[in-house]
Design a protein around this ligand. Sequence first.
Ligand code: LMR
Length: 328
Amino acid sequence: ITAAATAMALVLSAGAGVAACDDGEMVIKFSHVTNTDKHPKGIAASLLQQRVNDEMNGTACMEVFPNSTLYNDDQVLEAMLQGDVHLAAPSLSKFEKYTKQFRIFDLPFMFKNMDAVNAFQASETGQAMLESMARRGLLGLAFWHNGLKQFSANKPLLDPSDAAGLKFRVQTSDVLVAQMEALGASPQPMAFSEVYGALQTGVVDGQENTWSNIYGQKFFEVQDGITETNHGVLDYLVVTSVEWWEGLDEGVRDQLGTILMEVTDTRNSESEAVNQQAKQSILEAGGEVRQLTDEQRTAWVDAMKPVWTQFEADVGAENIAAAQEMNA
Ligand code: LMR
């Protein structure tokens, strides 16, 4: 079996996600790493695909490749710069090679809830970040929400000292590495598609993610329990290449941009509901969810917040101040 045949088998196994494109239609490939129907990003990408294929029929055709079937997040931005894929929505933690500005979203306890995240992204500071990688050839088109992260491990996590000495999978982000080191834990950057296996075999002891990712990847099945810490944000940047975007006919670009904005508004307002549903599904499947007392929560804040000072120069003290205003 040739590599091409293997790739074709993968594409076919992506099944319903791949639309048949007609001759003469411009093909828009969107690669992502989650499921399609129980996840804020997956649902948004599916809705985008459906609307583009209905409303731009004859002009453009979108093919969505979910579940890391085409690329994982470490590969997709390079592939985009090569012109092999046109849209992706990696988490904001995955852009370190291109900009340090998004580090603000990884700083623990920066935003008290998703309303604050939303307000910050919509502000002038947030909107300017969409263009922060233009020199490197990448253009942000929209922020898509997932939600706040929770910790899980192979033992109960109630006090921050419970995490000390454990190995935690983190996304490829220096801030998240520093956050785990602040807890005395050992951070292991790893692709999303490898986390379940690593938890199952004990390569790592724990992880942090949103309810929809913990449910969608079944992490709860191979963990002792999940602690509701809401300690950080996992959000996405819908990203494209400057070259591809600017090469589109103006009418096509406008129509695609408008559909994307509408899908963004519709689905961002539902992301919390999708995560709460995922939490409920975890409980119904027998997963253990632990709450922190106020005192325990304060201890996690005290342990992790010192990380801010390490990255203040990268993200800018004025941006931290702007983010904090959104919590008021
Ligand atoms: C992760 O790697 O944990 C997330 O970025 C996956 C995702 O896209 O939600």
